[in-house]
Design a protein around this ligand. Structure first.
Ligand code: NDP
Ligand code: MG
Ligand code: MG
Length: 341
């Protein structure tokens, strides 16, 4: 069984005695920086010159500097810029300014697992990866709770890397929920697999296929939207609370019977074979290479896919419907509907 850590397993004073640089102030960056600050840790946010995030971090009372300046005096550097830019930011701004014994922290193992970043032997390499979006990490912390974190150590140069990682995990509120011990390899491969085949890629394409099937058969798009997208959250909430069994306990017998007989007609054994093929591309590095090669070329394929996704008819239907109902109010001030593409 997995090894778990809680607040009592970590010493907060360790991270409180360090100067922490948080590189990037996006989804994870703002949550880590603010939670650490509220836990009594000295934090500086590192951003590029002219960054749109700069004033946001300052307005929230944080010290902000260029990446180089932030790193120069830091004992701990948490890299929370997007995965695809981390390698360049590391080579150009972090590595040349890094203290010889500074610890490097990540919230996802991508760049270490695929060797895009290879720090020298003197640095601790740790991971504290919240298993939830950054905005939830901040919201839960403010509510006195935490989002579970994954903790790993790739390189223990100081002999104290585990203590430091757990102390950091406690400071962002993760150990109020739980810390789960893993490795950079396991976190990277399972994280990519989960988001590609189930959580993001799987669910979005399942919803779109259901929406298309209903509207192509002549049903109203608004009704289809409720049946295949809106209710998804209510169903997932039940699974989240009590597993698939609790969800099945709550739905009607009609829905439960339909789950058993029609589910396997949609998710056939071939779907699992295709999941295994996706996993093989993750393990071999083929997915990472495709992603980074496209990003280095300006993200041409990425942008085209994003635009195509935004143009799916379910987005138009949903946008109009959500305007009419009370659940629309978005809690994330920096997200604007329809602004993604
Ligand atoms: P975001 O896309 O939200 O990060 C954007 C931030 O990075 C902005 O502040 C941006 O500043 C800054 N940034 C972008 N490019 C650069 C650069 N060249 N130099 C310096 N800063 C830059 O990232 P996420 O929070 O989504 O992801 C960060 C890490 O956390 C990743 O490793 C990811 O895999 C991991 N993770 C993310 C989760 C999430 O909830 N999103 C969940 C768990 C892990 P600017 O204003 O200048 O653009
Ligand atoms: Mg991920
Ligand atoms: Mg129904």
């Amino acid at each position: 069984v997995a090894e778990l850590f809680y607040d009592d397993d970590a010493d907060l004073s360790l991270i409180q005695s360090k100067k922490v640089a948080i590189i990037g102030y996006g989804s994870q960056g703002h949550a880590h920086a603010l939670n650490l600050r509220d836990s009594g840790v000295e934090v500086v946010v590192g951003l590029r010159e002219g960054s749109a995030s700069w004033s946001k971090a300052e307005e929230q009372g944080l010290a902000v500097a260029t990446v180089g300046d932030a790193v120069r005096t830091a004992d701990v550097v948490m890299i929370l810029a997007p995965d695809q830019v981390q390698r360049t930011v590391y080579a150009e701004q972090i590595e040349p300014n890094l203290k010889a014994d500074a610890a490097l922290f990540f919230a996802h193992g991508f760049n270490i697992r695929y060797d895009y970043i290879a720090p020298s032997a003197g640095h601790d390499i740790c991971m504290v990866a919240p298993k939830g979006p950054g905005h939830t990490v901040r919201r839960e912390f403010e509510a006195g709770r935490g989002v579970p974190v994954i903790v790993a150590v790739e390189q223990d140069a100081s002999g104290q890397a585990w203590d430091l990682a757990l102390s950091y995990a406690k400071a962002i509120g993760g150990l109020r929920a739980a810390g789960i011990k893993t490795t950079f390899t396991e976190e990277t491969e399972t994280d990519l697999f989960g988001e590609q085949t189930v959580l993001c890629g799987g669910v979005t394409h399942l919803i779109q296929a259901g929406f298309e099937t209903l509207t192509e058969a002549g049903y109203q798009p608004e009704v289809a939207y409720f049946e295949v997208l809106h209710e998804m959250k209510l169903i997932v909430d039940l699974m989240w609370e009590g597993g698939i069994s609790k969800m099945r306990w709550s739905i009607s017998d009609t829905a439960e019977y339909g789950d058993y007989v029609s589910g396997p007609r949609v998710i056939t054994p071939e779907v699992k074979e295709r999941m295994q093929a996706v996993l093989a591309d993750i393990q071999s590095g083929a997915f990472a290479d495709r992603f980074i090669t496209d990003q280095d070329a300006g993200g041409v394929e990425f942008k085209e896919l994003r635009t195509r996704g935004e143009q799916h008819p379910i987005e138009t239907t949903g946008r109009e419907l959500r305007k009419l109902f009370a659940w629309t109010e978005t809690r994330d001030a920096d997200y604007t509907e329809g602004s993604v593409a």
